[in-house]
Write a protein that binds this ligand. Structure first.
Ligand SMILES: Cc1ncc(COP(=O)(O)O)c(C=O)c1O
Length: 463
C-alpha cells in the first residue's frame, strides 16, 4: 500500500482512452479486488480516524440511497424536487443537534457542501462578503488558534484575507483568549474556535471566545468539522464536553461534517449560520448571461443528488438514539485507550480533557520509536510535530471487541522497545516528525519540494 502505483504490475495502465470498451463484469471484478484489499487495511480497527463508520452493511444501504439519485443534478430542482427535501432536512436536523432553537433574534440556516474544507471556505467567504457589503475596504482578517485546521489558511489564501494565528496554552492546548483579543482590530471579521481540534481532540474556551466576539462585534466560527456530529451526543451522555454551539450568543457559524461522525459518504458536510443573511451574503447570481439566468448558493455548480440522498439517509437511519449509541461506544473506547497510555509514566497525553480523540508524546524518548513498533502491528496513527506526538481519533472500527485491549498490549511492547532503543533515530520520525531545532527556511523549502513531488506522483502514471 505504500507504493504510489501498486497496481501497475497487476493491471494494464490506461495511458490513453481504450479503443474498445470493456465488459462491466470484468471492470467490477478489478474494482472489487482493489476495494477488498484496501478495506482489509482498516477493518481490524488499527487505523486512526478516516473510516468513521466502517460498517459495510451501512455502506451498502447508503450505496442504494446514493444510486437512486446519483444521476440527478441538484441544480435543477424542477427535475428533482427531492433535493430540496434532502437538503432542507439535513440542515434542519443539523441545526436541531447544534441548538439552532436557541437563536431567537435571527433566522438560522445552512448549506450542504462537499466537505469540511468547503464548509470552512464558505463561512470565511460569507464573513468577507458581508463586510464588503457593509463598505469595509481594508484587508480583512480572521484569527485562528494555531491548532485550528489548515482549511482556514487555505480559505484565507483563496479569498485574500489575512489569517492571524493566536498561540495556545501548551498545558491545555486551548487557545489563549487574551492573545486573540490583542489580535483583533478594525479589519477583523471573525474569530475561530475548534470543537474539537484535529491535533489534540480538545475544545477551545468557547464561552470566553463567544463573550469576546459579542463584546468586539466580530463573528465567531466554530469548527465542528470533526466533532460536530459526535460531541453533542458525548455531552448528552455526560462526558466532559463544554458547550460550543448556538446556545452561546457569539457563535455565528458552525461547520460539522456529515462525512465524518455523521456516517455519510465522503463528499458531504454542513455549514450552519446563525443568520441566513450572513449565508446569503455569499450567494452567487448572474442575471444577464446569454445562457439564461444563473444562481447558486455555494461554490459548486452541478452536484449529484445522490450525495444529498445518502447523507439524509444516514441521518434518518441513525436518528438520535443511533448517534447516541455509537457515541457511547466511541467515547468509552477512547477512555480505555487513554487509560492504557496513562498507565505508562513516560508517556504524556497532551491537553486538558481530550475527547474521542487524544494525542500522546514522551519526554523520555522520541515517540516515533513507539510509532515504528506499533506500525509493525498494523497500527496507523496520525503523526504530529512541535511537539512530536501521535494522535488517535477513535472511530467505530476501534469499538469492535478486543481492539482497545490489543492497543494496550501492543503499546506495552512498543514502549518497552522505545525505552531500550532511546538512542536510536526512529524511522517514521523523519517523515512525520518536526525538524530538530525548529523549522528553518531551507527545511520549509525542502519539505514543500518533497510534498510537490508526492502530489505530482499522485496525479500521474508510473514510468
Ligand atoms: C477539525 C477539522 N476541521 C476541518 C477539517 C477539514 O475537513 P475535510 O478534510 O473534510 O475538508 C478536518 C479534517 O480532518 C478537521 O479535523
Amino acid at each position: 500500500m505504500s507504493s504510489t502505483y501498486p497496481y501497475a504490475d497487476r493491471y494494464p495502465v490506461n495511458r490513453a482512452m481504450p479503443e474498445h470498451g470493456r465488459p462491466e463484469a470484468d471492470i467490477l471484478d478489478e474494482l472489487r479486488t482493489m476495494a477488498a484489499e484496501e478495506d482489509g487495511y482498516w477493518e481490524g480497527g488499527h487505523v486512526s480516524g478516516s473510516m468513521y463508520c466502517g460498517d459495510h452493511d451501512h455502506y451498502a444501504f447508503l450505496t442504494q440511497a446514493f444510486g437512486l439519485f446519483a444521476h440527478s443534478n441538484a441544480l435543477q430542482r424542477d427535475i428533482c424536487p427531492s433535493a430540496t427535501r434532502f437538503e432542507g432536512e439535513i440542515i434542519a436536523m443539523s441545526l436541531d443537534m447544534l441548538h439552532g432553537d436557541a437563536v431567537t433574534d435571527t433566522t438560522p440556516g445552512g448549506l450542504v457542501t462537499s466537505g469540511g474544507s468547503a464548509s470552512i471556505a464558505h463561512a470565511v467567504l460569507s464573513y468577507r462578503e458581508k463586510a464588503r457589503a457593509e463598505g469595509r475596504t481594508g484587508r480583512l482578517n480572521v484569527i485562528k488558534p494555531e491548532t485550528a485546521h489548515p482549511a482556514f489558511d487555505k480559505a484565507c489564501h483563496l479569498f485574500d484575507l489575512e489569517l492571524r494565528r493566536a498561540p495556545v496554552d501548551p498545558a491545555t492546548t486551548q487557545v489563549d483568549v487574551s492573545a486573540v483579543a490583542d489580535l483583533i482590530d478594525d479589519d477583523t471579521v471573525a474569530l475561530i474556535g475548534s470543537a474539537c481540534n484535529y491535533g489534540y481532540g480538545t475544545v477551545d474556551p468557547m464561552r470566553q471566545l463567544s463573550d469576546l466576539a459579542v463584546e468586539r462585534g466580530v463573528g465567531l466560527h466554530v469548527d465542528g468539522c470533526l466533532g460536530g456530529f459526535i460531541l453533542p451526543w458525548g455531552q448528552e451522555l455526560g462526558y466532559p464536553v463544554p458547550t460550543f454551539d448556538f446556545r452561546l450568543p457569539g457563535v455565528t457559524t458552525i461547520s460539522a461534517d456529515t462525512h465524518k461522525y455523521g456516517y455519510a459518504f465522503k463528499g458531504s458536510s454542513v455549514v450552519l449560520f446563525r443568520d441566513t443573511a450572513l449565508r446569503n451574503s455569499q450567494y452567487f447570481y448572474l442575471t444577464d448571461w446569454t445562457g439564461g439566468k444563473y444562481c447558486s448558493p455555494s461554490m459548486d455548480g452541478s452536484r449529484s443528488v445522490g450525495l444529498l440522498a445518502s447523507t439524509w439517509a444516514s441521518m434518518v437511519k441513525n436518528g438520535r438514539d443511533g448517534y447516541l449509541r455509537h457515541a457511547e461506544a466511541i467515547f468509552s473506547t477512547a477512555a480505555a485507550m487513554q487509560d492504557a497510555v496513562r498507565s505508562h509514566g513516560d508517556l504524556r497525553i497532551l491537553g486538558l480533557d481530550p475527547t474521542f480523540l487524544f494525542s500522546f508524546t514522551s519526554d523520555d524518548f522520541d515517540i516515533y520509536l513507539v510509532n515504528d513498533r506499533m506500525k509493525l502491528k498494523g497500527w496507523r496513527f496520525n503523526g504530529q510535530q512541535y511537539p512530536n506526538a501521535l494522535h488517535m481519533a477513535v472511530t467505530r472500527p476501534q469499538t469492535q471487541s478486543g481492539v482497545a485491549e490489543r492497543f494496550a498490549v501492543d503499546l506495552n511492547e512498543a514502549v518497552a522497545w522505545a525505552r531500550e532503543h532511546r538512542d536510536q533515530a526512529p524511522e517514521s520520525g523523519a517523515v512525520y516528525g518536526g525538524v530538530a531545532g525548529g523549522m528553518t527556511d531551507e527545511a520549509d523549502e525542502f519539505i514543500k519540494m518533497v510534498m510537490a513531488d508526492m502530489m505530482d506522483q499522485q496525479l500521474s502514471l508510473p514510468d
